[in-house]
Design a protein around this ligand. Structure first.
Ligand SMILES: C[S@@+](CC[C@H](N)C(=O)[O-])C[C@H]1O[C@@H](n2cnc3c(N)ncnc32)[C@H](O)[C@@H]1O
Length: 155
C-alpha cells in the first residue's frame, strides 16, 4: 500500500514545508504499527501555464492503477476526523493505494474530480494550496492517532 499527496506547485523551504515535514514524519512513525505507509509527495508543475487541464495529466501520472483517489475540493464532503480515519482504515484493509490530490490556483479539472472516489472539503472557504497541504498532512497524522487510540485527538 502507498499513500501519496499529489499536488500542484513546488514547496520551497518555509513554515508550510516545516509543518508538513513534521506532521508526515509523525504519521510515518505512528503509522508503522498500524500498517500505514509513510506519505510521499508528488509535486507537479505546468511550466507552460495551461492551468488545470494541463495539470490533470501530470497529476494522473502519480495515481497508480487501482488507487483510491481523493480530491481536495471546497465543494466536497465535510468529514469529521474520525470519519476520515475510518475511510483511510477501510482502504488500508483492502490494501489499496491512496492518492490525495490538491489542485493549483484554478483548482482540479472536472475530469479528475469526476473519477475520484471521494472529494473532501475543509470548509466552503478557499484556502491557498500550500495551507490545504498543511491541513491534509495534519489530518492524516490525526487519523493515525485516532486509529492507534493515542490521546492526540480529543473530541
Ligand atoms: C487556491 S485553491 C483553488 C480553488 C479553485 N478556485 C477551485 O475552484 O477549486 C487550490 C487547491 O487547494 C485545495 N483547497 C483550497 N480550499 C479548499 C477547501 N476549502 N477544501 C478542500 N480543499 C481546498 C484544493 O485542492 C484546490 O484545488
Amino acid at each position: 500500500m502507498r499513500m501519496v499527496i499529489a499536488a500542484v506547485g513546488r514547496l520551497r523551504n518555509g513554515p508550510e514545508a516545516a509543518l508538513i515535514a513534521d506532521y508526515l514524519d509523525r504519521h510515518a512513525k505512528a503509522g508503522r504499527a498500524l500498517g500505514l505507509p509513510p506519505v510521499t509527495l508528488a509535486e507537479v508543475e505546468d511550466k507552460r501555464g495551461g492551468g488545470m487541464e494541463a495539470e490533470a495529466p501530470l497529476l494522473e501520472r502519480a495515481i497508480p492503477a487501482g488507487a483510491a483517489l481523493v480530491v481536495l475540493d471546497e465543494r466536497g464532503k465535510l468529514l469529521s476526523s474520525p470519519e476520515f480515519a475510518e475511510v483511510i482504515a477501510g482502504w488500508r484493509d483492502q490494501a489499496r493505494d491512496i492518492v490525495f490530490v490538491i489542485g493549483g490556483a484554478d483548482g482540479i479539472s472536472p475530469q479528475l474530480r469526476d473519477r475520484a472516489d471521494l472529494a473532501i472539503s475543509f470548509g466552503r472557504m478557499v484556502w491557498p494550496h500550500m495551507l490545504a497541504r498543511v491541513m491534509l498532512a495534519e489530518q492524516i497524522y490525526r487519523a493515525t492517532t485516532i486509529l492507534s487510540g493515542s490521546p492526540y485527538h480529543r473530541v
